[in-house]
Design a protein around this ligand. Structure first.
Ligand code: ADP
Ligand code: ASP
Ligand code: MG
Length: 451
């Protein structure tokens, strides 16, 4: 059971976790928790301030976030336990201050220390939640996730070493479960094989939950968040968005990759081999049905299940010299694009052209440089991707025509279907993507409700 940042945003939310645990039929539970909402952003921001201003100013910005943890402890714990939590927060504050100084002085590499600093978000929320659950009568036990999830050394975006992660997780958690205890782990944080702290990329607690679930052969993994499941569109863009009852792994993965932030892009990967179901529910309304993600989904009369979108995208068109039949440049270029940076997505490729998107503009210069070695490069900034998701989408008659006629007022820079027929992507101007998603939502969801 994974609880996101807003599901532990204050004392009220912390208290609700115990109520959700009591609703479960299983006696063997594992809890994964994110940092309290806003804390990861604040920790990352403190790193920036330490480098640009000074470490003391950086440390001061964190004080009010430490206070949020103390408030939860004072509200929900007896004095002695609250004092223990306060001592832990003090220790964390001291260690963070030291790390901020080392970052500012350049004594140790920034990516490495940044991971150490952000890891305190999950370490503090998990120890606090453990104390709250213990006081509430649960046999909860804090487990340092860095002993379970083992990764490569790519700080900020580490990839798990699966065999090691599975064996370490089992070794750490099975004895606790057999003793009737409830392990509580911070999500998102991990360690490289030499023991250095790493993180799994923003939103990575979802991934921790499914890695742990897969390692243990869980009956299911539950993601508790602040919306009633996976919705037909981002609710911030489409207020009429509604809960999707069921999604296949491929559909959920497409949504997660193309902007639906309630799941980290790799969340479903660990579940597929064992067909472990994933439930997404609202921690504020835990009795509502939410979304079930699994291998076999009931046939839906409507193929299109959702529209995801992703602003802040740069589109890179690479045109290769026309040497039809040789294929060499195209496949080399494709390989280079794949490996050049984790923020690169290859959308389409042919013998003579490749279309890439890049999430982080910071990576753009090096990608442009690399692609110029293969052909001419055109870059479109301030673009967005819109993604229609639904298994069997390719078989829908007049599908593309329907999209184009729905969006006739909006400039579409490209349409890229995916080979498996689970989603189709469009490039649109960032300023118009909200309109595009609302118009598609109306055409594919609201209109069919009206007729
Ligand atoms: P948590 O802190 O629980 O991990 P996140 O903020 O990472 O929560 O993800 C939940 C948010 O994802 C929602 O509040 C919503 O704004 C956003 N979101 C974007 N697209 C969707 C979608 N299709 N369905 C549900 N939520 C979405
Ligand atoms: N706390 C981390 C983040 O904000 C991980 C997570 O919330 O899943 O990105
Ligand atoms: Mg999240």
């Amino acid at each position: 059971m994974k609880f996101g940042g807003t599901s532990v945003e204050n004392a009220h939310a912390f208290a609700r976790v115990g109520r959700i645990l009591r609703m479960q039929n299983d006696s063997r539970l594992v809890v994964v928790v994110s940092a309290i909402s806003g804390v990861t952003d604040a920790l990352l921001n403190s790193v920036r301030i330490a480098c640009e201003v000074n470490p003391e100013a950086a440390r001061r910005t964190l004080e009010r976030h430490f206070e949020r943890h103390r408030e939860v402890a004072r509200a929900l714990l007896p004095t002695r336990a609250a004092v223990n939590v306060a001592t832990e927060i003090e220790d964390a504050g001291r260690e963070i201050a030291e790390a901020l100084k080392n970052i500012a002085s350049g004594r140790q590499p920034r990516p490495l220390l940044q991971d150490v600093i952000v890891s305190y978000g999950e370490r503090l929320s998990a120890t606090l939640l453990t104390a709250v659950l213990v006081h509430d009568g649960f046999p909860a036990k804090y487990v340092d996730a860095r002993h379970c999830v083992i990764t490569d050394a790519v700080h900020g975006q580490a990839a798990p070493v699966m065999a090691k992660t599975f064996s370490n997780t089992r070794a750490a958690l099975v004895p606790l479960l057999e003793a009737g205890e409830i392990p509580v782990l911070g999500g998102f944080i991990a360690a490289s094989e030499d023991g250095t702290t790493t993180t799994l990329g923003r939103g990575g607690s979802d991934y921790t939950a499914t890695l742990v679930g897969a390692a243990l052969g869980a009956r299911e993994v539950q993601i508790w968040t602040d919306v009633p499941g996976v919705l037909t569109a981002n609710p911030n863009a489409v207020k009429e968005a509604r809960t999707i009852p069921q999604l296949s792994y491929a559909e959920a993965a497409a949504m997660a990759c193309f902007g639906a932030k309630m799941l980290h892009p790799k969340t479903v990967e660990p579940l597929i081999a064992q067909s472990i179901p994933l439930r997404v529910g609202n921690s504020r309304a835990p009795t509502e049905a939410g979304t079930l993600v699994c291998a076999e989904v009931a046939a839906s009369p409507h193929v299109i299940k959702a529209i995801a979108h992703k602003p802040d995208t740069t589109v890179v068109h690479v045109t290769l010299p026309d040497r039809r039949g040789s294929n060499g440049d195209s496949s080399l270029c494709l390989k280079a694009a794949h490996y050049s940076n984790p923020s690169v997505n290859v959308l389409t490729a042919s013998e003579t052209s490749i279309l890439l998107t890049v999430d982080e503009t910071g990576a753009l210069d090096s990608i442009r440089e690399e692609m110029l070695g293969y052909g001419s490069v055109v870059i479109e900034k301030q673009r967005a991707l819109a993604c229609l998701v639904g298994e069997g989408l390719r078989e829908v008659p007049d599908f593309a025509a329907h999209i184009l006629s729905t969006l006739k007022e909006i400039d579409i820079s490209f349409i890229a279907p995916d080979a498996s027929g689970v989603y189709a992507l469009f490039g649109v101007d960032e300023a118009r993507v909200g309109d595009a998603v609302r118009q598609l939502h109306k055409a594919f969801f609201q209109m069919r409700e009206d007729d």
